[in-house]
Design a protein around this ligand. Structure first.
Ligand code: KAL
Length: 259
């Protein structure tokens, strides 16, 4: 058993730019010999994703649009992936969204539409994709599904608000999906990363203070890097993690353990 992903194919959803966690994961998987397929959520992202995908050492990069709020589009995208590669061995789901104005102040101010939007994109999308993977029998050699969560789904974190509630739903989905998929030797896990300067975090109030807290309070006394999160995803994708499913692994320098 080792960390090699030679001869295996993975779908990475949610690269927006070079700072994306999804891109950190892609680099770690690629270095381990994996073949990668990318999906992106909006036309604005396409150019970035293509440029990044082309920079990897693989014959030709496979990049597809996939609006994860649209079941028909998910099905179409994954059918194209099946036609192209036949079987995949893993999925990295790095997708989340909430209305900016609801990521500030009281959670109580969340609207019904904002609540549903955050849950639709940030939580249900994992289940929707998992469903299509099962329907198309895309992981017929077994596999590993990894999603990204955050501490705000377990504890109250200032400003995270409706995203925290959506992450709690995502974390629970990981456990139920792990149970559904276990008999097919498909594992489902979440990585809870510490705060990182991604596009998602940009322009959100109080982010600098969150980083400062990490430097002061986390056992490792520093924020975590894209490479550290990427390498944890690589471990979860590899056979080394063959006994782990339904789990939430914190890659946060130990921050969640400190009161
Ligand atoms: C406590 C933290 C501080 C920040 C609070 C909330 C962060 C919420 C994350 C959520 C995914 C951000 C958005 O949806 C932002 C969105 O309204 C506007 N941004 C965009 O549309 C950009 C262009 C696109 C690329 O972003 C998305 N998401 O599509 C949490 C910090 C410390 C940790 C973070 C940032 C966690 C996380 O979930 O990302």
């Amino acid at each position: 058993m080792n960390l090699s992903l030679e001869g295996k194919t993975y779908v990475v959803m949610g690269v927006a730019n070079k700072r994306s966690i999804a891109w950190g994961i892609a680099q770690s998987l690629s270095q381990a010999g994996a073949r990668l397929i990318f999906t992106y959520g909006g036309e604005r992202m396409e150019k970035n994703v293509r440029t990044l995908a082309d920079s990897l050492e693989q014959e030709h990069s496979l990049v597809y649009p996939c609006d994860i709020t649209d079941d028909a589009e998910i099905e179409k995208t994954f059918q194209q992936i099946k036609d192209e590669v036949g079987t995949i061995h893993g999925l990295a789901h790095c997708i989340a969204f909430a209305n900016k104005e609801e990521l500030d102040g009281d959670y109580l101010n969340t609207t019904r539409d904002g609540f549903m939007l955050a849950h639709n994109i940030s939580s249900y999308s994992l289940t929707a994709v998992a469903k299509v993977i099962r329907e198309l029998d895309l992981m017929r050699e077994g596999g590993s599904i990894v999603t990204m969560t955050y501490l705000g789904g377990e504890k109250v974190v200032k400003n995270y608000n409706v995203m925290g509630v959506a992450k709690a739903s995502l974390d629970a989905s990981v456990r139920y999906l792990a149970n559904d998929f276990g008999k097919e030797n498909i594992r489902v896990n979440a990585i809870s990363a510490g705060p990182m300067r991604t596009l998602s975090a940009k322009g959100i109030g109080g982010f600098n203070e969150v980083i400062k807290e990490m430097e002061e309070k986390a056992p490792l006394r520093r924020p975590v890097t894209q490479e550290e999160v990427g390498d944890t995803a690589l471990f979860l994708m590899s056979d080394m993690a063959r006994g782990i499913t339904g789990e939430l692994i914190h890659v946060d320098g130990g921050y969640n353990k400190v009161g």
